[in-house]
Design a binder for this molecule. Structure first.
Ligand code: SF4
Length: 359
């Protein structure tokens, strides 16, 4: 068998195989987000991507390429990995949109996964959304790579011409970094994953937060550059928030609820930052707590950070968490009055459609 594969790769038929692969790129597209519209655009009559030998398929087992169309969440990461593993070799991954590169609009979302941490990515089409031209450019680059075996950038960036002072050595032009090829064995689905690399001031910030919170901060973890997660119990949450406010974290960026039905809990997150204290300005501090899913009552933080008000109202609508102290509880805020309750809980089921007429 190995000999036959070797023959196919290196024997007299190798150019034919290469030519066949080059013009038989069949992507299974993962329409994970709004970038999918631009993929449709690239293959509609205007750009007609099919003329390049690229034909979108719905079935993973007959395809050799995945186009990840935008954001990948933790839930989707598993589907991405499974789809990739079902595909026959040789296989390639192209990622569309800034959401798939660094999180894009959802850069601080607890649920974002970078596709390159799950599967090896060949080419990125940047933009929000990227243009159909840039997606087609990725396919052309991939075809060139199949042809020549050389990965090449699709764009040649101009290098900055600096004036060379006399007697000084001329600097070499900087190269554009290649895409990362790190593949995680399993997509991570935990909330505060420690990632300390590349943030020299991180440890001092953790020490400072430990000093501010004392025993209220049960665990403080660096989760990325300028990102820290603090575990606080439900009963100590308001007091801990006040201490952070006094220390200079003067506003709230977002409030999230994560439904974990198999463990019978909700995870509640408040992401705080600072406009006025330069020490904390780039920092995002996520306070995390867990509550019982059957009795989802949590203390409101509107007296500490008033901007939490609308976010708590939304989460009350969507998950049914009761923020004690927020006067809006018990009413609908975003949803129409006849909308079913708590539509973002994972066990929420849409009502069956009723068809009228016909057997
Ligand atoms: S990059 Fe823009 S268009 Fe693409 S998924 Fe993200 S938000 Fe949507």
């Amino acid at each position: 068998m190995d000999e036959m594969i070797e023959f196919l790769h290196k024997g007299p038929l190798a150019p034919l195989k290469k030519w066949g692969t080059k013009y038989s790129i069949w992507p299974t597209h993962l329409v994970t987000a709004c970038c999918g519209v631009e993929l449709a655009h690239a293959f509609a009559s205007g750009y007609d991507g099919e003329r390049l030998g690229v034909l979108n398929f719905g079935m993973a087992r007959q395809t050799n390429c995945i186009v990840v169309e935008g954001a990948i969440t933790r839930k989707m990461a598993r589907a991405l990995k499974i789809t990739y593993e079902q595909m026959p070799d040789p296989k390639f991954v192209i990622v569309m949109g800034v959401c798939g590169i660094k999180g894009g609009l959802f850069w601080n979302g607890y649920n974002m996964v970078k596709p390159f941490e799950v599967v090896p990515v060949k080419y990125y089409a940047p933009g929000c959304p990227p243009t159909p031209e840039s997606l087609l450019r990725c396919f052309r680059a991939l075809q060139n790579e199949i042809d020549t075996g050389e990965p090449r950038n699709t764009i040649v960036y101009p290098t900055v011409r600096e004036a060379v002072e006399e007697g000084k050595k001329k600097k070499r032009p900087k190269k554009v970094p290649p895409p990362p090829k790190y593949v995680a064995s399993n997509p991570s689905v935990v909330v505060d994953v420690p990632r300390e690399d590349g943030w020299p001031g991180g440890k001092e910030i953790v020490a400072k937060l430990s000093e501010v919170l004392g025993e209220l901060g049960e665990r403080i973890t660096i989760t990325g550059r300028n990102k820290v997660a603090v575990r606080v119990s439900r009963d100590n949450f308001v007091e801990a928030a006040r201490k952070l406010l006094e220390a200079g974290l003067d506003h709230i960026k977002s409030v999230n609820v994560i439904d974990v039905p198999h463990e019978g809990k909700f995870i509640v997150e408040y992401v705080a930052s600072s406009y006025l204290n330069p020490e904390f300005t780039p920092l995002l501090v996520t306070m995390i707590s867990e509550i019982d899913r059957n009795d989802p009552v949590f203390p409101s933080l509107i007296d500490v950070w008033p901007a939490a008000d609308y976010l708590e109202r939304e989460l009350h609508d969507l998950f049914g968490v009761w923020f004690e102290g927020n006067p809006w509880m018990g009413r609908k805020f975003l949803l129409a009055p006849d909308t079913p309750e708590t539509p973002l809980r994972k066990d929420f089921k849409l009502q069956d459609d009723v068809y009228i007429g016909g057997e």
